[in-house]
Design a protein around this ligand. Structure first.
Ligand code: COA
Length: 164
């Protein structure tokens, strides 16, 4: 894991403009490299308020295989993480390893009581990777997401500092 830099934008634009990368449970709007650069330089007020930070996940040879990031609730101090791995590197353990790393990083860095993940309730890979990294399923937000033209249930998973 290393901090995301402006040089990563062309790769991110390529990833997120690919339907295969976004997968079945993820629909982010298509964005040009120029839009990515603008948003990177001037983050939205929500991103600033949530104090969002993004990391690139690299293999030992420097190949970029995904990203993972977090934001902090300004009111209550809990932290939420989100992540994605490129399709050809999925199901090799990288997602689980990245979640484990960011959990260690965040509990060492921040005085937060909990870290959470909000994912599509049908997203078995995401739920399984989170559980392998120590998260527990806490509940379902009915119709909490909108994916591929459908309102979809979301699964909330969390890990508490005392269970870390
Ligand atoms: C979710 C994601 C990051 C997981 O990363 P990954 O590197 O593929 O995950 P891992 O290899 O560490 O572990 C995945 C686990 O889920 C299982 N899994 C993978 N796909 C699965 C599927 N379709 N159904 C059931 N289990 C599945 C794997 O077998 C593995 O469990 P196991 O070790 O017990 O066999 C990755 O699949 C991805 O990028 N998906 C698209 C983006 C996304 O959905 N991001 C999450 C948004 S919250």
């Amino acid at each position: 894991m290393r901090i995301m830099e402006k040089d990563d934008i062309p790769v991110l634009a390529e990833w997120y403009n690919s339907i295969e990368f976004q997968g079945e449970y993820f629909t982010n709007p298509q964005k040009s490299k120029v839009d990515w650069q603008r948003d990177f330089g001037t983050p939205s007020p929500v991103k600033v308020a949530m104090d969002e930070h993004e990391f690139i996940i690299e293999k030992k040879d420097g190949a970029r295989i995904g990203h993972i990031g977090y934001g902090t609730c300004p009111l209550h101090g809990w932290v939420e993480v989100g992540f994605a791995i490129v399709p050809k590197e999925r199901s090799k353990g990288y997602g689980t390893e990245a979640i484990q790393l960011i959990v260690d990083y965040l509990f060492l860095l921040k005085d937060t009581p909990r870290i959470m993940i909000n994912t599509d309730a049908r997203n078995k890979a995401s739920i399984r990777a989170a559980e392998k990294a120590g998260f527990e399923r806490e509940g379902v937000i009915r119709k909490g997401g909108f994916t591929w033209g459908q309102h979809a249930d979301c699964c909330i998973l969390g890990i508490l500092r005392e269970d870390w």
